[in-house]
Design a protein around this ligand. Sequence first.
Ligand code: PEP
Ligand code: MN
Length: 261
Amino acid sequence: MKDKLSKGKIVKIKEVKVGGNKPIIIAGPCSIESREHIVDEALSLKEIGVDILRGGAFKPRTSPFDFQGLGFEAVKYLKEASEKSNLPIVTEVLSEEHVEKMKDYVDAFQIGSRNMYNYALLKKVGKTMKPIILKRGFSATLREWEMAAKYIEAEGNENIIFCERGIRTFETELRNTLDLAGAYLLKEKTGYPVIVDPSHGTGKRELIFPMVKAALALGLDAVMIEVHPNPDEAMSDAAQTIDYKTYEKIAKYVGEFNENR
Ligand code: PEP
Ligand code: MN
């Protein structure tokens, strides 16, 4: 099984390789809250150690009364953070009409869980030929998730990265149930990189580190983690967001994991 996984496809986000048996870290805030916030966070994470910077500009919130993100302004701030830190960037695109405008700013598009079934959006991002991080719909079967990726592939774009972010089950103590077995199976089946988001996958900051260890042990290709300088004050997803000190421990663990192989 391990051998098969190590022969998987590699997708490049700028110069960073996702896949190929060397797990990487994607980290950043759930939402970009201001220009200073994302620029400072980019520089801090860069110093600690990170491969790709994430940050939400258009936020798909369950309630329309919750913070919806700063929109395109935040995409510009993210780009500035990328230039200052020299980190590649990824952010979620919520709507077809934003794809053209965003594509010159971001290094990869994220398709959120709620949009996994939005086939028009999948076709549109597919056409850009950019790397696409395709999050699993929170009620999607593995087959539905795989078929969603086929919409991107059908446009000639094979720069696909699957992201397991937890699914809805009968369990209520956790925000979602992180389906690591499903993630492993999909990687084995498709050969595409499969990454894990333990932040949305659990909803609990104390579970992030253990789930990172599990993802690495399975040979999955990256972890995507929500980090904030002051997590309790984060404008979205505070309960699952970790601080820089905790992040540093995780980054060190991933670094040592890669060194020791
Ligand atoms: C996110 O990563 O910012 C996000 C909204 O995640 P999901 O689509 O998995 O809920
Ligand atoms: Mn979030």
